[in-house]
Design a protein around this ligand. Structure first.
Ligand code: CA
Ligand code: CA
Length: 176
C-alpha cells in the first residue's frame, strides 16, 4: 500500500518536473540563439563602419550609395532598400547624417516635409510632426516665394537645415 502510494507520488513529481525541464531547455537555447545573433549583428555593424559604408547613432543606421535624386525618388529608393529616408530625431542622429553629407560632399534630402500641411513639418515615414529640428537661421523660408516643402541638409551649413524645392536633386541617405 505504502509502495503504491510512493510510486504514485513519484509519477506525479516526474510528470510535473518534465515540462518545466523542457521549458528551461527551450529558454536556454533561445538565450544562446539571441546571444549569437547579437554577436553577429555587432560584428556586421563593426565591419560596415570599418569600410565606412554606414554611420550609426543609437539604434539607427544611416547609409548612402552616393546617388542623387528628387524627394519622391529618394523616398522610393530608401523604401525599396527596406529603410526610409534619413530623418534625424536628435543631435547625435543629425551629426551622423552630417558626416555622410561631408563624406560625399553633396547636400542631402531629409525624410521631413510639409507636403501635408504648410507650416507643419512631419516625419514622412510616420506622418507625425517633428520633435527635433536644426533649421538654419531664417529657415524654413519658402525662398523668394517658392513652394519649398522638403527639408534638406546643405553641404555649406554644418548640419543646419533648409527648406528646399522637392523637385531638386540631392544625395539620398537612408536610415535602417
Ligand atoms: Ca513650404
Ligand atoms: Ca529655404
Amino acid at each position: 500500500m505504502q509502495l503504491g502510494l510512493l510510486s504514485g507520488v513519484l509519477l506525479l513529481v516526474v510528470a510535473l518536473v518534465s515540462p518545466a525541464t523542457c521549458l528551461n531547455e527551450d529558454y536556454k537555447s533561445f538565450r544562446t540563439a539571441l546571444h549569437d545573433l547579437q554577436y553577429e549583428l555587432k560584428n556586421i555593424r563593426n565591419a560596415l563602419a570599418f569600410i565606412e559604408k554606414v554611420t550609426t547613432a543609437g539604434n539607427k543606421i544611416f547609409a548612402s550609395h552616393g546617388v542623387q535624386a528628387t524627394y519622391d525618388e529618394a523616398l522610393q529608393i530608401c523604401a525599396n532598400a527596406g529603410g526610409s529616408l534619413a530623418a534625424p530625431e536628435n543631435h547625435a542622429q543629425n551629426e551622423a547624417v552630417w558626416s555622410i553629407v561631408k563624406k560625399y560632399g553633396v547636400s542631402a534630402f531629409l525624410g521631413i516635409d510639409e507636403l501635408k500641411t504648410e507650416g507643419v513639418y512631419r516625419y514622412h515615414q510616420i506622418g507625425e510632426a517633428i520633435t527635433y529640428s536644426n533649421w538654419n537661421q531664417g529657415e524654413p523660408n519658402n525662398f523668394q516665394g517658392n513652394d519649398e516643402d522638403c527639408a534638406e541638409m546643405p553641404l555649406a551649413n554644418e548640419g543646419l537645415w533648409n527648406d528646399q524645392l522637392c523637385d531638386s536633386k540631392y544625395l539620398v541617405i537612408c536610415q535602417f
